[in-house]
Write a protein that binds this ligand. Structure first.
Ligand SMILES: [Zn+2]
Ligand SMILES: [Zn+2]
Length: 640
């Protein structure tokens, strides 16, 4: 009779088989109530699954990620149940779990609008409140096929036919509704009490654009109402920070159909871009040769580098005079040409070369997302050619540099991940062993916690990835450090070693911000457009109260400009209140007002963007204040 070992290694014995739920009840009634699924000898199961033999068993609640996913998946079934009641003619396809929630793909004669979601959600809530039991039943293929034929569900029938022989087919019954699924699922709908339908979108059946377009209904689901509320708040915050809205509002940039995924920077946006670029040049390019390489390079070079094979569908190809070219999707091969252009000796290593490399990648149009995912972007790209022994030290320097620069931009919650060899790769296993070891050692020496991601490396080498967390908890992957034992060899890079022989250097690819465009998108969202004085394209605007003070306003603005500040002047014959409102909406950090009193005392009256009236001060005082704010960059003002 089963003897059950729990995760804490305690053992419970039973006279006859028990379900996971019964096991939980044996431990405590609170746990029994919270149980959404289980794990028997590593296998995820429904809470109703019988434990028939000795086993290690784990009880899952919504506090476990997998338990939460069971709830999300069950919400997808609940959604389908509600839809089928409201729209009996609906055809149901698939309903998987995604990050934060779930979706269901459906076909309806009259597609659902956002308004219909409320009706569907209400029905879901009514159904869940019935606390009905969800039953799992294992069936033969023929029975499953008959069930879905009878229910007039063509997609489900196709799915039944696609299940490989020998695989278990399980039906989940929610009262009169039946779905097919691997499970596990909650055994009772009382666990489904914190969900919300969020949007509808189009999706092709099986993701193939040759197939018919279905409707995808998205929802989010959580373990508690409190978690749901928090998530919805985060979504709302994210919407307020949406850089695709803020960018045009602040006249920073725009996109248009003729250049999908390629940004048109306006004057103010380009000032922001240049500020970021200048800082990167100062902070991250010291010790590097800064170069610039051609945008268009012969196809044969990309064939030799291996990019044409592995990356071909992302390359914008072009031709002229019967020669084929690629618009560069990366800068590395160009940098190898610069390395190769001279005879290099071991004394020249490490050779560090950097470029603000503009690259083009033909990303699928569905994945484009403003600055965050563009087809044309600028990398703060650099390559280090070095000897194997230098590898760990160079990687160590890069880790320090990355952390420092992120802090300059106000990010101090940084996650590090190490990605190891993927299946599709170039280079021998010996070289992969060497390079992976170098990265592990460098990370360990810094005492960093890092996640290991097997199979996630680039085709030419393993990599370290840096992700930063923004103030509403979103994570952005930005920097990478990649070791590459392959490309220098493929492109014929060598140096003369101490013993006079030719050797192939190791190459490190590194980018700290990654894409400048994307990083600026992150910055705009992080600050909700209220960029700190360091980054703001206009740091202060000078306004006169009436025409009488126009000359003084001009004098103030010219003087500040002379000191290198980015200043706007607003001499319009408008009420001062209106001018202040407009520049506040434009999120200018400091608003400077001049009138009679300021003219007489040679001062300016200063307001901060947050509405704080900083009072009157001399020009010198204001310049000091502005300089201090700029020096702080995005670092938080420390107390004391
Ligand atoms: Zn399911
Ligand atoms: Zn590279």
């Amino acid at each position: 009779m089963p003897s059950v070992t729990l995760p804490d290694n305690s053992i419970r014995s039973f006279d006859s088989p028990v379900t996971v739920e019964e096991l939980a009840a044996d431990i405590g009634s609170g746990l029994a109530k919270a149980t959404v699924a289980g794990r028997i000898d590593g296998r995820l199961v429904d809470a109703s699954e019988l434990i028939v033999a000795d086993a290690r068993v784990e009880i899952l609640t919504v506090k476990d990620q997998e338990g939460l996913e069971v709830v999300r998946h069950s919400c997808a079934h609940l959604l389908a149940h509600a839809l089928k009641q409201l729209y009996p003619e609906i055809k149901l396809a698939i309903g998987p779990v995604i990050e934060h929630g779930f979706y269901y793909d459906v076909l309806l004669e009259d597609p659902l609008g956002e308004d219909d979601l409320i009706k569907v959600e209400t029905r879901m809530t009514e159904l869940a409140k019935q606390n009905y039991t969800v039953k799992r039943r294992v069936v033969e293929r023929a029975e499953a096929a008959a069930v879905f034929k009878d229910r007039q569900e063509p997609y489900k029938q196709m799915l039944v036919n696609g299940i490989p022989d020998g695989e278990v087919i399980a039906l989940y019954e929610h009262e009169e509704y039946i779905d097919m699924c691997r499970g596990p699922h909650v055994t009772n709908t009382r666990h489904l009490n914190a969900f919300k339908l969020t949007k509808v979108a189009g999706a092709y059946w099986r993701g193939d654009s040759n197939n018919e377009m279905l409707q995808r209904i998205y929802g989010t689901a959580w373990g508690s109402k409190k978690d749901l509320k928090l998530h919805l708040h985060q979504l709302e915050e994210a919407e307020k920070r949406n850089h695709r809205k803020i960018g045009p509002q602040l006249d920073l940039f725009h996109f248009q159909e003729e250049a999908p995924g390629m940004v048109f920077w306006h004057d103010k946006g380009w000032k922001l871009f240049r500020t970021v670029k200048d800082h990167v040049r100062e902070a991250c390019f010291a010790g590097y040769d800064e170069v610039d390489t051609p945008q268009v390079l012969d196809k044969t070079l990309w064939e030799r580098s291996g990019h044409w094979d592995k990356f071909g569908d992302m390359i914008f190809a072009t031709q002229s005079d019967r020669r084929e070219y690629a618009i560069k999707p990366m800068n590395c091969p160009g940098h190898v040409q610069i390395f190769n252009n001279k005879l290099r000796s071991y004394r020249d290593l490490p050779y560090r070369v950097a470029e603000f490399g503009v690259v083009h990648r033909n990303e699928p149009s569905g994945t484009l997302h403003g600055l965050l995912r563009a087809r044309r972007f600028t990398q703060d790209d650099a390559h280090i050619f070095c000897d194997e022994e230098d590898l760990q030290r160079e990687v160590g320097i890069l880790i320090d540099l990355t952390f420092k620069v992120y802090e300059d931009f106000g990010f101090d919650d940084i996650a590090v991940a190490l990605s190891l060899r993927p299946e599709k790769r170039v280079g021998s296993d010996v070289l992969w062993d060497k390079s992976e070891n170098a990265l592990v050692t460098a990370l360990k020496r810094k005492g960093l916690d890092f996640a290991v991601q097997p199979g996630e490396g680039a085709f030419y080498g393993p990599k370290i990835e840096f992700s930063l967390k923004d103030s509403i908890g979103r994570v952005w992957q930005c920097g990478t450090v990649q070791v590459d034992f392959s490309m220098p060899d493929r492109l014929g890079a060598t140096f003369v070693s101490e013993d006079g022989r030719r050797r192939v250097p190791v190459m490190i690819h590194r980018a700290i911000l990654g894409s400048l465009e994307r990083f600026i998108g992150v910055l705009i969202e992080e600050h909700a457009g209220k960029l700190p004085p360091w980054l703001s394209p206009v740091q202060a605007v000078v306004m006169n109260i009436t025409d009488k003070y126009a000359d003084y306003a001009l004098e103030v603005s010219e003087s500040l400009k002379k000191h290198g500040f980015r200043i706007d002047l607003d001499l319009r014959n408008e009420k001062i209140g209106l001018k202040i409102r407009e520049h506040t909406l434009q999120k200018v950090p400091f608003l400077l007002v001049v009138g009679q009193r300021e003219l007489e005392t040679s001062t300016i009256s200063v307001r901060a963007l947050d509405g704080d009236d900083l009072g009157s001060m001399s020009m010198e005082e204001f310049e000091n204040r502005l300089n201090q704010a700029i020096e702080l960059r995005c670092r938080k003002q420390r107390e004391g």
